[in-house]
Design a binder for this molecule. Structure first.
Ligand code: G3I
Length: 301
């Protein structure tokens, strides 16, 4: 196959990208995005501040732009994200306790109702674990009670039973890290108690501080063994080593339940990591060596 999406589809997987609504008018951008990818994650447009700017007043203009572009071009959509300590609108930042808990529930219900039956997977909860120590991150949501994550997942299951429900985080790719073990234990606990969770998103933002480690495959297979799908949800690699990109893809391909990979942007110029060149296409839209190695890995199955 000659595109990432088609090559991934040979083994029943998808290959996706983050998309920005503001770039959908740029043909250089949409040409590559449409040709290469078959899954789309809105980079910012489905976040809490974007979709509920005022309490109880939902806004889907930019999210729908991306959703409609994706569906018109035959792509599926990953929803990102319903409950997160960051990118909360001002009104939510100032809430606490049972009021905030109810606002979180109302938010999940409001956004999921709009897209009911139409989203492949939702990142229901994003980045709820602390960077060190293996425990929860302190946040206004965490201070509503330790059960906020399972409440979010139970709410989401009822709101849209067709969507796969994911927990998504960064720095949970290295099996030896406390944070990885903390999330692993949460997922194991959820599965054992019947809390609805279908997938774990490994963001995979690799850089010198949190580099790719060859135990990534162990992490993927260990989560999968709990009975969840694993998706690489926000892949980018500082410097875009072709070898490292191929390693990541091969690690996913080695685990049956690792069913999709998404890069966090199309071209280097679209990356949130300004000054870095972590993606598969350069700023002129040319395929980089990492693109070639990823495509070859996908085609080797
Ligand atoms: O849209 C406004 C614009 O109107 C304003 O003039 C400008 C001035 O600062 O800001 C623009 O918003 C920015 C937005 O990106 C759109 O470009 C925000 O400031 C900026 O904070 C926001 O950054 C996003 C970041 O999440 C925020 O947390 C990045 O684009 C996005 O790539 C990044 O994505 C996250 C994932 O959601 C979760 N995992 C980590 C990942 C990378 O940080």
């Amino acid at each position: 196959e000659t595109t990432l999406g088609a090559a991934a589809a040979q083994s029943g997987r998808y290959f996706g990208t983050a998309i920005s609504a503001g770039k959908l008018g740029e043909s250089a951008y949409t040409t590559i995005a449409n040709r290469e990818f078959n899954m789309v994650t809105p980079e910012n447009e489905m976040k809490i501040d974007a979709t509920e700017p005022n309490r109880g007043q939902f806004s889907f203009t930019n999210a729908d732009r991306i959703y409609n572009w994706a569906v018109q071009n035959g792509k599926r959509v990953r929803g990102h994200t319903l409950a997160w300590h960051s990118q909360q609108p001002g009104w939510m930042q100032s809430l606490s306790g049972s009021t905030l808990r109810q606002a979180m529930i109302d938010h999940i219900n409001g956004v999921m109702a709009h897209y009911k039956g139409n989203i492949y997977a939702w990142d229901v909860v994003n980045e709820a674990y602390a960077d060190s120590g293996g425990g929860r991150r302190d946040s206004n949501l965490q201070r509503t009670g330790n059960d906020w994550i399972e409440v979010a997942f139970r709410t989401a299951r009822t709101a849209d039973p067709a969507a796969k429900l994911c927990y998504n985080d960064y720095n949970i790719d290295n099996w030896t890290w406390d944070k990885t073990q903390g999330v692993y234990n949460m997922v194991r606990d959820f599965k054992s108690r019947g809390v609805p969770i279908d997938c774990v998103g490994l963001q995979a933002h690799f850089n010198s501080g949190s580099p790719y480690n060859s135990n990534f495959r162990t992490t993927i297979s260990s989560f999968a063994a709990l009975g969840v799908d694993v998706q690489i949800t926000e892949l980018d690699i500082q410097g875009a080593s072709a070898t490292t990109y191929a390693n990541v893809v091969n690690d996913c391909l080695a685990v049956a339940r690792c069913n999709g990979i998404t890069t966090w942007g199309v071209r280097d110029s679209d990356s949130w990591r300004s000054g870095d060149t972590p993606l598969l296409f350069d700023g002129n839209g040319n395929k980089k060596p990492a693109y070639t190695s990823v495509l070859a890995a996908l085609n080797s199955v």
